[in-house]
Ligand binder design. Structure first.
Ligand code: ARG
Length: 266
């Protein structure tokens, strides 16, 4: 069974602006956010059959709901994130505490080696890809690769709207890749093409990438994607995946959707 870490949106709001989606004037509707988050939890637990682990939210830390950025977990080891922006650095101690309390062996990086967890590190069982420049630092990946004994292929994120790798790149459990090619430079696109055969690359159209089509949760043959991405759903269904659409526009005000709201624990 797949286990996912989540954190409820009790204190979720737009208190600061650290990505181009966030505008303080565009306030979160707390009741709608809570409803959308509950609906996502329902799909993950009941339709997809994932195990849900909850960590307590903390007042004053509005982005803690985006647990993808807590760190990365492999086996019983957890590497805690080092956030680029001070606004989110205050989350690190809470994520670290949660991992320790759950009995993980906790690994950390130097304070100045920015690394934003599963938001910027994604992959297939043996090859991992690391998104850098906007949040994570490319210098973090050799260190993370050593810690986990994995090859990490760095991918530069060139479009400010796609500031974390998980906003434009989504490896699927069947070995396919859902992605938005224009978020990467020509070198990145060439590396992706070299590593993933053409018939396994599913390119999302820009208007759906902007509705966070790539910010999907993949569990076995199930893919949970943000609503209003019909062409992406079609691409996925044609490859044999079963899709579930969830409305998450309250979270998009902060620059996140389905995938960012979860952290894979295995
Ligand atoms: N407002 C949050 C930030 O800018 C959104 C994080 C979304 N997380 C993600 N994994 N893409 O940090």
């Amino acid at each position: 069974m797949s286990r996912l870490l989540v954190c409820s949106p009790d204190y979720f709001q737009i208190d600061y602006e650290i990505n181009p989606w966030m505008r303080r004037a565009n306030a979160v509707n707390p009741a709608r956010a809570a409803g959308q988050w509950q609906a996502l939890m329902h799909v993950l637990a009941h339709d997809v059959g994932a195990g849900i682990e909850r960590m307590p939210p903390v007042e004053g830390l509005p982005d803690m709901v985006f647990t993808a950025n807590a760190g990365i977990v492999a086996g019983r080891r957890a590497l805690v994130s080092r956030f680029r922006y001070p606004e989110r650095q205050r989350e690190e101690v809470y994520f670290e505490r949660w991992f320790r309390e759950q009995g993980y062996e906790v690994l950390t990086l130097d304070k100045t080696l920015y690394f934003e967890g599963a938001g910027d590190l994604l992959g297939f069982p043996d090859t991992w890809f690391g998104g850098y420049r906007q949040r994570s630092d490319i210098r973090a990946f050799p260190r993370v690769g050593d810690l986990f004994q994995r090859e990490i292929i760095p991918l530069e994120l060139i479009d400010r709207r796609f500031y974390h790798l998980d906003t434009c790149f989504c490896p699927l459990s069947g070995g396919d890749l859902l992605y938005f090619p224009a978020a990467f430079d020509s070198y990145g696109q060439a590396v992706i093409a070299q590593r993933i055969p053409e018939d396994r690359r599913l390119a999302v159209p820009e208007e759906e990438a902007l509705r966070f089509a790539c910010n999907a949760v993949s569990v076995g043959k199930y893919v949970v994607i943000p609503a209003d991405c019909p062409r992406t759903s079609q691409l996925l269904e044609a490859r044999g995946y079963r899709t579930f659409a969830v409305h998450l526009d309250e979270f998009m005000k902060s620059g996140g959707a389905a995938k960012c709201l979860t952290l894979a624990l295995d």
